[in-house]
Ligand binder design. Sequence first.
Ligand code: GLV
Ligand code: MG
Length: 297
Amino acid sequence: MKTIGMLRTALFVPATRPDRIDKALSAGADAVIIDLEDAVAHALKSEAREIARKKVLENVRGKLIVRVNAIGSGHNRKDLEFVPAASLTGIMLPKVESGDHIREIHERLLTCEKDRGIPPGSFSVIALIESARGVQNVFRIFSEAITPAREFMAAFGAADYSLDMGINITRDGAELNYPRSRIAVACRAAGKEPPVDTPFMIDLKDLDALRTDAGRAKALGFQGKLCIHPSQIAPCNEIFSPTPEEISYASRVVEAFEKSEAEGIGALQLDGKFIDYPVVERSRRIIRLSESVGRVK
Ligand code: GLV
Ligand code: MG
């Protein structure tokens, strides 16, 4: 089973803008998502598929994901006929609300993989949770038993969620605490990687507000954020990478603990903080993450 790997940032580009797709691939995001769904006018769906297919076939550079249309949209099968090729990392499936959607997309992808001679389970799926029903069912969605194995990861979509709920998204984002927390906890409970957060849409120019919003999502357990403008990439990569202070403290924790463990002591204090096994394990994870983002202490 292939996996997407770390996703601090994934930048959306409409499939109808091939010029922007090329730029996006070198803009520093961990992945690029070519959109066939809501950023594409209904009349342009088939043109969009052609462009997405061409870009996927040309891709040699990075993690490329295509957001196909939802299962019941009438476009999904056609999208899947066009886009999957070996150079595609995975697809994003919008409007996921039940385990049936997971089983259905898995079956449809198995057919694509078989037709193209690609090993089953090669394409990962980012399932967008973006409705009250999706949020309510999130644990069941990600607990669906799938064979052969395929990676499923969650992302949160606040625009559709706010439409479904009839609520406004505010700068403070307090109304998103519940769905974010529920999604993050459910993913971990189902043994999945941490989810990716909704794009920040309410003020594209305010990068400080974006940083605050990303920090909130990180604090609730998200690993990264969907981006809708290249200017959002650097601040989000920064927020979702460990800080130099976190890395150096984590290294000190591991060092001090290993020394005391060798002396038969399982807990200690460092800078007035209590350190035991879970704290050390968390520090080790911070160090591993810092290595994968190319940061050292
Ligand atoms: C993304 O698709 C969203 O609805 O926020
Ligand atoms: Mg949406």
